[in-house]
Ligand binder design. Sequence first.
Ligand code: COA
Length: 199
Amino acid sequence: MRKLLKLYRSVIPRIICVWNNSYNKIMFYKENINANDYLINGKIFIRNAGEITIGNNFKANSGKNYNPIGGDTTIRFIVRSKGHLIIGDNVGISNSTFVCWDRIEIGDYVYIGGSCKIWDTDFHSLNPIERRHNGDKQVRTSPIKIGDYAFIGGNSIILKGVTIGKNSIIAAGSVVTRYVPDNEVWGGNPAKFIKKLDS
Ligand SMILES: CC(C)(COP(=O)(O)OP(=O)(O)OC[C@H]1O[C@@H](n2cnc3c(N)ncnc32)[C@H](O)[C@@H]1OP(=O)(O)O)[C@@H](O)C(=O)NCCC(=O)NCCS
């Protein structure tokens, strides 16, 4: 009985892994994504009407079974027709959502922790009449750029128009609304300067 249980425990994860890999491959093909060097645990949700480019050695955890820190979301790439989501080389992402109406650029060696949200749009107009009656036509949208070697702490939200500098760290649970220079730690809501990093 124990042997059977052991076999079951070793075989089932492999079957799930093969299934997830096939699912992701089909999804990448169907959604027209340029990527060929990646290791993804779990399934990624993608809706791409624009451009998604993923660099080499991309690593991702997607789903509650693949991230021990407690994120119960999956990775979601949602890109509109004029959107460009560009991910550099050697990037690692856990369970995070990217909504791109314009441009989101992630540099090389960036880590993005569990359950982050990166939105380059407000989704809705700030004018109540527009929002309620005119189909939200004037929605503010602005590009996001995350510099090489940056590290975004889990459960953070990066809002439209934000640039995060090279090597910089965003503390867990932050809401980033402004420019973060290179080599700095920022955190809180709204995120504020915490300290400089040794260069
Ligand atoms: C940002 C971080 C790296 C700072 O760690 P540290 O260098 O040990 O810094 P400290 O704990 O000494 O804190 C320094 C200051 O930042 C503040 N701070 C730390 N984390 C913070 C957070 N998440 N939000 C707001 N402020 C924070 C501290 O309160 C302290 O403020 P003070 O100087 O006024 O007392 C760490 O707190 C953090 O958030 N790590 C991210 C972990 C994570 O999300 N990993 C991803 C998992 S997938």
